[in-house]
Design a protein around this ligand. Structure first.
Ligand SMILES: [Ca+2]
Ligand SMILES: [Ca+2]
Length: 251
């Protein structure tokens, strides 16, 4: 009886393995340039037999999805499904702001904008992140070209976060140029996606302070001229009342 159970178990395993191989093989017959990838939960994870994974056949190039498969395995082996060969692209651009500042202040103002690409259907570990250099330039390389696209967030301390809801890219893309950068508005000191009286109150706490004195805080020296004064307040006032949703959708 025991021996019979072992035989049955081996037979069952073989059937399951063959069914997976057959399924993947059959996907590849849909088109010469089709590839198989895991669409759920994510191709970046390892799977244990018994997990349910969702496979799809994708024609690389135009991202058209042909069909979907569900594969359910149920024995005790641990398997690793290889990452599908997904086209990788480069996403770059320039970010700046809209108020005047000196050339000496430019590196401080233009650097440090954090750019994140967040896959619309994958796990958090897949978030791609970089930040701008002193010229406001950023570049993300080896970005998987996924048909579902990305959400993009651009943020920096004291700036109003800018969101892009749907970014579908199929080739290397420069999102903005040095002459026409993506603009972020300054003044969201209390970072709640709105520039309002709460932010003004914070700035006023440091009003008329100079670099080197006890009150000065460069976070509130918006134009980085070593003094927190009326100029900084005017810049804030120009953005007063704005919320993140007021940004134009970029793409
Ligand atoms: Ca705020
Ligand atoms: Ca200032």
């Amino acid at each position: 009886m025991m021996k019979c159970n072992v035989m049955l178990r081996k037979l069952f395993c073989m059937i399951m393995v063959l069914s997976i191989i057959f399924t993947i093989s059959s996907v590849n017959t849909f088109a010469a340039n089709a590839s198989v990838k895991i669409t759920s939960p994510s191709e970046c994870c390892s799977y244990t037999v018994g997990d349910q994974v969702k496979l799809s056949a994708v024609v690389m190039g135009n991202g058209h999805k042909i069909t979907k498969f569900f594969v359910k395995t149920s024995d005790c082996r641990k398997i690793k499904l290889n990452e599908a060969s997904v086209k990788k692209i480069t996403v770059s651009g320039y970010i700046s702001t809209d108020f005047g500042f000196s050339p000496q202040a430019a590196p401080y103002i233009k650097s440090g904008f954090i750019v994140e690409l967040i896959p619309k259907t994958s796990c958090e570990g897949d978030i791609l992140r970089t930040e701008t250099d002193e010229n406001g330039y950023f570049k993300l390389e080896n970005v998987p070209q996924i048909e579902e696209g990305y959400k993009m967030e651009i943020k920096k301390k004291n700036y109003l976060t800018r969101y892009v809801d749907n970014l579908v890219l199929t080739e290397d893309t420069e999102l903005s140029s040095q002459d026409s950068p993506i603009v972020l508005w300054v003044g969201d000191f209390v970072q709640d996606n709105a520039i309002n009286i709460l932010d003004a109150v914070e700035l006023v706490k440091y009003f008329n302070s100079y670099r080197g004195d006890n009150i000065y805080n460069e976070d509130y020296d918006v134009n980085r001229d070593n003094v927190v004064n009326l100029l900084d307040l005017v810049i804030l006032t120009n953005n007063f009342g704005k919320i993140s949703n007021d940004y134009e959708q970029l793409y």
